[in-house]
Design a protein around this ligand. Structure first.
Ligand SMILES: [Zn+2]
Length: 102
């Protein structure tokens, strides 16, 4: 039978033991501000669309959104959620950090 191991510390997570799925989703935020475009906006958009068409689909997807999934034991989950970027600073609570929320 397939055994799960904590992605953080490598500890074996026995069947029925407490484990956590941590999904990390990152996606391009939009704060409602567009950089001023020199010239015709319509033209700018068609240039952008052209640039997107010539880009590798996977690379473009990675630019916009990326999702990672970890299976963690409780100590690793706590460690991760308390300071995911290891900055030593407290984590901004969910929605507050997003530019789209007013
Ligand atoms: Zn762990």
């Amino acid at each position: 039978m397939h055994k799960f191991r904590c992605h953080g510390c490598g500890k074996e997570l026995a069947k029925g033991s407490l484990k956590y799925i941590v999904e990390v989703k990152s996606f391009a935020d939009f704060d409602g501000y567009l950089e001023e475009y020199e010239g015709d906006v319509e033209e700018g958009i068609s240039e952008l669309v052209e640039a997107m068409e010539s880009m590798d689909a996977k690379a473009m997807e990675d630019d916009v959104a990326r999702e990672i999934v970890f299976i963690l034991c409780k100590p690793c989950r706590d460690r991760f959620t308390n300071d995911p970027l290891q900055t030593g600073r407290p984590v901004l609570a969910g929605e507050d950090a997003k530019g789209t929320v007013h």
